[in-house]
Design a protein. Structure first.
Ligand SMILES: NC(=O)c1ccc[n+]([C@@H]2O[C@H](COP(=O)([O-])OP(=O)(O)OC[C@H]3O[C@@H](n4cnc5c(N)ncnc54)[C@H](OP(=O)(O)O)[C@@H]3O)[C@@H](O)[C@H]2O)c1
Length: 230
């Protein structure tokens, strides 16, 4: 499948590498291709500059947000929360309408330091903001509740854990589910939460996630839903 990814950070790179390893064709989209290619030094996650990453991953192409969106028959949003709506604007409605958008973003606001707050919550979510602005896009929120390496390799954890789907379009959720299964997620561990408003729950898990990260001193964890009888 031809997949366009918006963003060039650790999530975009991790997902892109996995997709290529699974035989997909991938283009990642950036705001300013020249500026992105001119970056030097490692990023906050210790990853090499984008130019070096591309040189090491020659099957992955870099384009503008609109290049990546028009290239992809299936799209992934891996942009910063504040950058999500601007990135989709740059992608162009004509290039995203009718397509599935796997939305991995979180509405995190680091402007007042750690821990971050959510810039949309309670009665709304970033996923809903996307869906409202682009009603013809099939937005499916998923993978935003785990760190990048776990997204594409859940077996890095010591036992099976859960991942969630939020979205209005049942068929789009099934297609995202198939993709998650190809990443290693187990069918029964993928919980379909319901329509796009349920993304309020998965986005609002982040305040707990960042505090667990602080306490555990590692992002290599996830939650497991344990059922019982009462
Ligand atoms: N890091 C994780 O493990 C993790 C886990 C779960 C969810 N998430 C979520 O996944 C998303 C990506 O996270 P990340 O850590 O890979 O990277 P990030 O540092 O949050 O940013 C990713 C990309 O956002 C783009 N961007 C930033 N501001 C923008 C703007 N105003 N307009 C358009 N694009 C903009 C940048 O692309 P260019 O500079 O190339 O234009 C950048 O590469 C975030 O929403 C994050 O909360 C991350």
């Amino acid at each position: 499948m031809k997949i366009g990814i918006l963003g060039t950070g650790v999530v975009a790179q991790t997902i892109a590498e996995k997709l290529v390893s699974l035989g997909h064709q991938v283009m990642v989209g950036t705001r300013d291709k020249q500026a992105t290619l001119a970056k030097t030094g490692k990023d906050n996650f210790g990853r090499p500059p984008v130019s070096e990453w591309l040189a090491n991953n020659s099957a992955i192409n870099l384009g503008s947000c609109s290049d990546a969106a028009s290239f992809g028959e299936f799209l992934v949003n891996a942009t910063n929360g504040f950058g999500t709506l601007p990135a989709l604007e740059a992608a162009g409605r004509e290039n995203i309408d009718g397509k599935i958008l796997l939305d991995i973003s979180n509405p995190l606001d680091f402007s007042k330091g750690m821990p971050p707050s959510l810039f949309v919550s309670n009665t709304d979510s970033l996923a809903e903001q996307i869906q409202r602005k682009y009603p013809a896009v099939k937005v499916v929120k998923s993978l935003n509740t785990v760190t990048a390496s776990i997204m594409v390799n859940p077996s890095l954890l010591n036992e099976p854990t859960n991942i969630f789907l939020n979205g209005n379009d049942a068929d789009a959720k099934l297609k995202v589910k198939e993709l998650l299964k190809s990443f290693g997620w187990i069918d029964e561990d993928i919980i379909d939460m319901g329509d796009i408003t349920t993304a309020r729950g998965t986005e609002q898990y982040l305040p707990l996630w960042v505090r667990l990260w602080g306490v555990l001193q590692t992002p290599a964890f996830n939650i497991k839903i344990v059922r019982g009888k009462i």
